[in-house]
Each structure stands twice: as structure tokens, then as C-alpha cells.
Design a protein around this ligand. Sequence first.
Ligand SMILES: [Zn+2]
Length: 212
Amino acid sequence: MTIRLFDEDHYLKKFNATVVGKDGKYVELNQTSFYGKGGGQTGDTGTLNGERVVMTEYLDDERLVHVMENEPEFIVGDIVHGVLDWDRRFRIMRLHAASHMMEYYLWKHFGDMKRVGSHVDERKDRADYLRDERLDSEILSKVENDTNKFLVEGHPVTITVDDDGIRTWRCGPVEMPCAGTHVRNTSEIGSIKLKRKNPGRGEERVETSLRE
Ligand SMILES: [Zn+2]
């Protein structure tokens, strides 16, 4: 199994690891800080020994694979130096934490709605909810304002792991199971803007993006 260094430290940007598998452009390491695509969060990109990693995915529950742009020079048994595309990952961490808080205020203003899909990458977070009526834009701007007010107050984020390995995310009034990567404090996020979309019948989508 791949040791997931990102679980211990969401801010680990560089690491060394041993190549334990290679199949063309697919590289498996004994350990990695590249987050594997899953749980609604995109995978990481970066470099291994200066060669481009274009995506990171799960081969199965326990093994991660780095998808390279080209078949790399290094071979099984080599030690490689990994470097994340940190700007990209940090934006994902900011957006991911922001969307948890957005959802708290969304439910507060609109009432509970079942989330049926979510995805976060470096550009935006999108979350889909079961709802027949359109989300009112004035109420949605209250959600945006409340979220931004909370973020700027600088609330710490804590993550705990129970005996079954379930990771719980906590910040202010919010507590939820989540295995993604997040910032340590909401002050790192800055402020966000929200946009409503209609992904299909009976659903409403909220897109969260960062105000630069
Ligand atoms: Zn999360």
C-alpha cells in the first residue's frame, strides 16, 4: 500500500520516495504527498525528478498511481524527489475548506438539502443539491456574505482520525467526515463568491470560487 504523506501533513510540498512500480507512464511509489483523485477532490500534479506528473489516481483502495506526461527515465528501486504544484494544491485546499463552510450557511438560509454530488479543483468547487425550486439569488448572497464573514474571523480547522481510520473535519460549528486536504485556518482562504447553476431537473448547483 502507498503511505499517504498528505494525511499527516496537508502542507508537505516536497518529499523523497522509492519507485515500487512502473508501467509506461504510470508510477507507483512507496509513499507520496500527491493527493489521489477521490472523495470529490481532484488529484495532484507536479514533478518526480523534474518529470511532469499530470494526475494522481487510485489503482485500488490502497495504492496510488502517478500518471506521468511521458514515460520517465527512472526505474523501479530508484529514489525520486517529488514536488507538488503547490499553488494549485493550495487553491484546492482553500476552496475545499470554504465549501464546507458555504454549505453550513446554505443549509442555514435555505433549509437542509441533500447533497448528491461535489467536485473541487483549483478553479472552483461545485456542489449539487436535491431541490425543485431555484435558489433565490438574494438569499444566496446572504450565504456568501455570512461565509465570508466567518472566513475572515480566522477560525482554526482540526482533523481527527478514529480507530477505523475515519477522518473528521471540524471548524467552528461544522463537523463532517472528510479525507480531503484543507487549510489550517480560515484566514488563509480570503473571500469567496458563489454562483448558482442548474445541473438538471430537481437539482441546484452552487459553485464556489475564490475572489483574488
Ligand atoms: Zn473536506
